[in-house]
Design a protein around this ligand. Structure first.
Ligand SMILES: *[C@@H]1O[C@H](CO)[C@@H](O)[C@H](O)[C@H]1NC(C)=O
Ligand SMILES: *[C@@H]1O[C@H](CO)[C@@H](O)[C@H](O)[C@H]1NC(C)=O
Ligand SMILES: *[C@@H]1O[C@H](CO)[C@@H](O)[C@H](O)[C@H]1NC(C)=O
Ligand SMILES: *[C@@H]1O[C@H](CO)[C@@H](O)[C@H](O)[C@H]1NC(C)=O
Ligand SMILES: *[C@@H]1O[C@H](CO)[C@@H](O)[C@H](O)[C@H]1NC(C)=O
Length: 320
């Protein structure tokens, strides 16, 4: 073979490689984002987050809205939010070969509801959780002044586990007061269900344990989630406000109610700790902890290809 022919073959090979290996990620499965409380799919924070991750991963990203966004995120009970999300993912043919879910704060419970409760839904591969209140929270998030909060305080005083609050205040679906567990178990309509705390539904466990990866990102300076360790499934011990139990010392884990232990023992749970406040994730951290789970072939991922703003925080929440 002549030198020139060789050169031609090599350069053809290189350009083919560039064509197929570079945007290697083009065949990656899509991802879906469920936003947090008081947020909306129309907000710039969420759309920018999705644009960046789509751009980096070469996969399609979608924000799935539940009801009208901001108001319904505060007021719609979680069984209903989950049912709406389930219907929407079933109707998206793009997801039928499998997809990843990224949950932002409260949106993680919608995500987990879809994983566990959605009969006939498309398969979820990775669940990437940013500040998810998985084990519950012991205080109402984000409350300051303003109409919503006046309503919230009023409702809380009416009794968090009563039917009225359960049906009109979304966070009541996952508020778990450690010293009021009897009422919680009787009245709380959502978290005890998806955590298999009372009735143990083996289908929920089977579906949750079939995730490829569960990425749990905790924000070290999170003051919205009380306690922040809930992002890792850690929580207050039953009946006490004292030391917080790490995930693997909770009964949910030791008795493996939902398959968290099984996933962990299979090396599929990634406990990630970042330094920011609630949802304050930087571009670097997104690249390191979120992106790898959105692409099929991480070997082909050349991180140095992405130009971005490094340690700058992505502004996820613009309503606050
Ligand atoms: C998308 O990626 C390209 C190439 O890395 C970059 O130039 C562009 O700014 C990115 N766009 C966004 C919105 O991140
Ligand atoms: C468990 O959940 C599945 C799926 O939603 C449902 O079909 C089944 O009836 C539930 N089993 C029990 C015992 O509640
Ligand atoms: C829980 O996990 C931590 C950190 O991985 C480990 O050091 C500890 O031994 C575990 N505890 C139990 C009870 O398994
Ligand atoms: C998280 O990381 C910080 C340092 O970045 C460290 O001080 C802290 O102990 C870590 N927390 C856990 C629970 O590992
Ligand atoms: C993943 O990418 C690497 C590097 O580009 C390549 O060598 C390998 O064959 C790819 N693996 C698969 C399963 O596509």
């Amino acid at each position: 073979m002549s030198y020139l022919k060789h050169l031609l073959i090599i350069s053809a090979a290189i350009s083919l490689a560039a064509l197929f290996l570079f945007p290697t990620t083009a065949n990656s499965i899509p991802f879906v984002v469920f936003h947090g409380i008081s947020d909306s799919c129309r907000n710039r924070g969420v759309t920018h987050f999705i644009t960046v991750l789509s751009n980096w991963s070469g996969s399609e990203g979608y924000c799935i809205e539940i009801g009208n966004g901001v108001w319904d995120s505060w007021t719609m009970p979680f069984m209903q939010q989950t049912a709406i999300a389930c219907e929407k993912v079933k109707q998206m043919s793009e997801l039928s070969d499998g997809y990843n879910i990224i949950g932002l704060s409260q949106g993680n419970l919608v995500g987990r509801g879809v994983v566990e409760l959605c009969d006939g839904g498309p398969p979820v591969r990775n669940l990437i959780s940013l500040a998810g209140p998985h084990a519950g929270i012991a205080a109402v998030p984000l409350c300051g002044s303003g109409l919503v909060c006046i309503l919230v305080d009023f409702l809380i005083e009416l009794a968090i586990y009563g039917n009225y609050v359960q049906e009109h205040l979304a966070p009541a679906s996952y508020i778990k007061i450690p010293t009021d567990l009897d009422q919680y178990k009787k009245g709380c309509k959502f978290l005890p269900k998806i955590n298999n705390e009372i009735h143990k539904n083996s289908t929920y466990k089977k579906r949750f344990s079939s995730l490829d990866n569960l990425v749990l990102i905790m924000f070290e300076n999170d003051v919205i989630l009380v306690p922040k360790e809930t992002s890792w499934f850690g929580y207050f011990p039953d009946g006490s406000w004292e030391t917080i139990l790490p995930a693997n010392e909770t009964t949910l884990y030791t008795e493996d109610w939902i398959g968290l232990k099984a996933l962990d023992e299979a090396g599929k749970v990634k406990y990630v700790n970042v330094s920011g406040g609630h949802l304050d994730i930087s571009y670097d951290e997104m690249e390191k902890y979120v992106l790898p789970y959105l692409v099929e072939n991480t070997t082909a991922l050349r991180l140095s290809d992405f130009e971005h703003e490094g340690k700058t925080l992505i502004k996820l929440y613009d309503s606050h």
